[in-house]
Design a protein around this ligand. Structure first.
Ligand code: DCM
Ligand code: MG
Ligand code: MG
Length: 251
């Protein structure tokens, strides 16, 4: 059972942005086909550099970033929709001799996290509904519990909560630019809102992680503070399973 005391006792030090591409959406019991992790220390968001080239200051992408991108043979057919949006297909994984989700991936992920300064928070857009339960499901098939010490946070939940807070606080006065409209917190639309162009490489794991970090940079201080209080332990996430089960959450 989730309780607020599950949130980190100290400010999060390392934010590990994650995106997964997979064979489809629940309830099709998707399997992971691509995983990308970018680890960024809090310092980079608290001390952003800006480009001088445009009329409006644009935060530069953090320079000190650890990156891990892995192609994973899903051993399951892609749905037509997943194949169309990602550009991935089962033949390509076979032709390129890619391995399935196995113990080597587990070791790579654990080693990657071992090099990050704790507390560590795994961050994904819609992570609570998709990426976290999906990763959990793949790890549980291996029968090994991993990543028990890390936290996780969903940027859609964070952005909705911050927009709600701002609306309540500033109803009659200054109102900061909201992240999204009531309905629209899709990653590429949030990016467009801030940068006035659509992001490149949507629906590739690495492309989506880069887009997410660029969106995060626009309100990094608020998002980090929200995650300090609302991140939950990754080991409280339930594996994605048959049907449309969602992870329980108080935020
Ligand atoms: N996905 C899908 N159909 C959609 C959107 C997503 O099957 N309309 C699945 C396949 C993607 C995965 O979800 O690989 C992750 O989505 P995203 O690229 O938005 O991270
Ligand atoms: Mg995604
Ligand atoms: Mg993606």
């Amino acid at each position: 059972m989730y309780t607020a005391s599950d949130s980190p006792s100290k400010p999060i030090e390392t934010f590990v942005f994650m995106d997964l591409e997979a064979t489809g959406l629940p309830p099709s019991q998707p399997k992971i086909a691509e995983m990308c992790l970018f680890a960024v220390n809090r310092h980079a968001f608290e001390n952003p550099q800006y480009s001088n080239s445009s009329s409006r200051p644009v935060p530069l992408f953090p320079r000190l970033v650890d990156k891990l991108c892995i192609c994973i043979n899903p051993d399951k057919p892609f749905t037509p929709a997943a194949s169309t949006i990602t550009g991935l297909n089962n033949e390509a994984f076979a032709w390129n001799k890619k391995q399935s989700f196995n113990i080597h991936i587990m070791h790579m992920i654990v080693a990657f996290f071992s090099r990050q300064y704790p507390p560590i928070c795994l961050v994904a857009h819609s992570g609570c509904n998709y990426d976290f339960p999906l990763l959990k499901a793949e790890l549980s098939v291996l029968g090994i519990s991993a990543l028990d010490d890390i936290y996780c946070a969903d940027t859609i939940k964070a952005m909705k909560a911050l927009d709600k807070e701002n609306n309540q606080l500033h109803q009659f006065t200054y109102r900061p630019i909201p992240f999204g409209s009531k309905k629209n917190y899709k990653l590429h639309d949030l990016y467009f809102k801030f940068y006035k162009v659509y992001p490149s490489n949507s629906h590739s794991a690495e492309g989506d992680v880069i887009t997410l970090i660029r969106v995060f940079q626009q309100r990094a201080r608020d998002l980090m503070l929200w995650m300090d209080f609302n991140a939950r332990r990754f080991n409280t996430i339930r594996a994605m399973c048959k049907g449309n089960e969602r992870c329980t959450s108080i935020f």
